[in-house]
Design a protein. Sequence first.
Length: 539
Amino acid sequence: TSSPPPDAGKVIKITSAQLPYEGYVIPKFANYRDYFATGTGRVDNENGRGLANYANRGFYSAGTNINNTSFLSPPPSGGGLGVETILSPVDAAGSAVPGALNLRTGMVNDFVTNIPEQARLSAEGLWDQFLESNGSQPRFTLNYYNYDDQAKLLIPRAVAYSAGLIDYFFRGQLEVTPTEEGVYSVIDHSDRSGANATATDAANVFKGFKTFRLKLRNTTPDITPSGTTTAIPQTMSGGKLVGVLKFYRNLAHTDDLNGEPANATAYGMSRSAAEEIVVSSRVKDGANNILTGNIAVTNMPQTFQFEFDQELPINAVDIKLQVVYRGVLGAEADAVVVETVDISEPSYVTYLNSTDYIQLGNSFYTRAQVNATPALLSQVRPTTLIDSATGLLKDASLTPIPLTFSAKIGNMASNASVGVKLLNDKTYHRLAMLIPPGSTGTIDWALTNSGCGYNSILDVPRRVVQTDYTAEFPGGFTLVTPLLATRGTQSLVSVSCILNGDNLPHPELLTEAQSATIATLPVANQKPLKFSGFTFGTP
């Protein structure tokens, strides 16, 4: 019997060399198939720019080595290839191998970079010298010298092509901006908290914001396929548009807004555990026409109106607005593009008829207080407001007035209006706005003389009640913009129409300290009244 080889059963450890991963530019193509092959078939493969084209055209394999005529490249006959002789070859473990090794070398063409690179493409087999001496065709083989050169060229390309393919699937871009109103949505808060409104169930109700208006634009960059000079537009020529709202709830919410969190601790205690979503029921154009079928999104801003039958709750916090397009994008028939906007929480603005108060200097007084204080009466201007016989205010002087006028949400071109109709003093209106990031809401009270001091444009800041998980802190951090009280009403910003008693210019917005000097509204008046002619996004 024969003895086993001396190395039988011996474990030979082979330390693999570090594979290269970087160094190749990420390619771009206008069709996902092109990442694999831009040309197929025996002839078109020769100029292809896909990864499969490069690998097939550039290298031999175990089944398609020299003397196999299945493909045009590398040369089937081995013609034109160079010969590299290694006199002291080593095996994969680094051990010396007696004899010499002949390798076939050639250039591998790349039609993305147009930079050919040399590689060891094939090797003479162990018995080739004997086959050739007998007039037989040699049997070429591949060894780790060949595979190392393949890895050096193929792996960086595989990484780059994979990154390019991922970029392709996520290439779609939408730009979401507000319309001329400057806000995404606004409601009359009396609809949710007025005298005839049903009390809000903070945990379950879906009553709040029904209509969202925005401008949408396709900002997907054109693609110039690698190896070419012609840009291909990535048009969104037709698809489905959907609005999505993601949010949590303030479970401590009350309709008088006294349950709104004032700090991070209060927010953390009242924030619901699970994120919820509502999805739009229909989409309309800027003229309030329902859009059906495929909707195109152009590279110019277009106004769209998304309506939600299941509304965004009035007590929503940590709100994200998403617009989803699914349809044609360039050469892709069924692409999905999503844009997310971190919008404000309901930002409340209040307009009060406080004409039961008179301003003298920087302070506020009731009519009775003015009449009872000679020092205050001496400040009244014009003096014709004083009855010369009694030394007191005339019966018709500085008495409460009704407020009836219109205002605009946004700039003068906006078609969204509100009608102020506060016929009695100690009453108020309240709006709730959803404002874009980096912006403010705007109400233009200057359109009509209201009869009180405030006749200008009011900027409403964004209210923020959310946890910011983009921050570089474990778990993110909490941001809370508290509400302020004016006459017992909670709001982010309040405008009080107060009678000017000294005919001097005064700051148009009250400070918090000044607001604290004005009496709280009577209980019967603590619910907001309904605006007249409110027209934002009428369904």
